[in-house]
Design a protein around this ligand. Structure first.
Ligand code: PEP
Length: 250
């Protein structure tokens, strides 16, 4: 039985004050032993402060990105060791905004994935197709390419020990959620792709849905057999909505 998983991606939002208020509201409601894994991923600048607030609670900490390099002259970058040092256990890798706005390709995403694992972080690997790719019939080829790149760089067991997030690019921040059937179809495709390499490992990997998931649609999405929770953007910035989503995953 796979334990459900909900991660909040705050993106580049929040002041010190609003971050503290949001975390305090989450920590007091989630309790110390939630029935699903609950992770929040604030911007780098807030990680250390949030780490102190979530310590000992049932909420874990993740970053939104990391460098592919270990240390040195890489201005503006943050390494996996630095994230671990401030209390992160997870890191989002290959979010579509990184892929499309900052030119991250499969090779760089795979390098970041391997670097995260080497530092003891659990990657949350994002994959997903654009609307154009879906409409032209290239959806499965795109997802397969994104998964295969990490499979060959890190191996099947490493991929299955991480978390995968299927995030159709056309659904992120647009209010256009994939239907539960559309999402389930791709989740089953991803699991099947991994099962072709190692069937037992594929059964255990958690595959999240992301893309305009909210308090109203989360329960139906999470009710699909291959959807093991969500990567939540906008709705993770409102404590009440995010808590409702966490309850739907529990
Ligand atoms: C995301 O940023 O990963 C995301 C899924 O955003 P939203 O929920 O706002 O679509």
């Amino acid at each position: 039985m796979r334990r459900n998983f909900v991660a909040g991606n705050w993106k580049m939002n929040g002041s010190l004050e609003s971050a503290n208020a949001l975390v305090q509201a989450l920590v007091s409601s989630v309790g110390s032993n939630p029935s699903a894994d609950v992770i929040i991923c604030p911007p780098f600048i807030h990680l250390q402060g949030v780490a102190a607030l979530v310590k000992g609670s049932g909420v874990s900490l993740g970053a939104q990105d990391l460098s592919d390099q270990e240390a040195g002259a890489f201005t503006g970058e943050v390494s996996g060791a630095m994230l671990k040092d401030v209390g992160c256990d997870y890191v989002i890798i290959g979010h579509s905004e990184r892929r499309t706005l900052y030119g991250e390709d499969d090779a760089l995403v795979s390098k970041k994935f391997v670097h995260a694992l080497a530092e003891g972080l659990t990657p949350i690997l994002c994959v997903g197709e654009s609307l154009e790719e879906r409409e032209s019939g290239a959806m499965e080829a795109v997802i397969a390419r994104q998964i295969d790149a990490v499979l060959s760089a890190a191996g099947v067991q490493a991929l299955c020990d991480s978390v995968i997030a299927y995030e159709p690019v056309w659904a992120i921040g647009t209010g256009m959620t994939a239907t539960p059937e559309q999402a389930q179809e791709v989740h089953a495709f991803i699991r099947g792709r991994i099962a072709a390499v190692d069937a037992a490992a594929a059964e255990g990997v958690r595959i999240l849905y992301g893309g305009s998931a909210n308090a109203a649609n989360a329960a139906t999405l999470f009710g699909q057999p291959d959807i093991d929770g969500g990567l939540i953007g906008g709705a993770s910035l409102k404590a009440e909505d995010f808590l409702t989503i966490c309850a739907a995953a529990a």
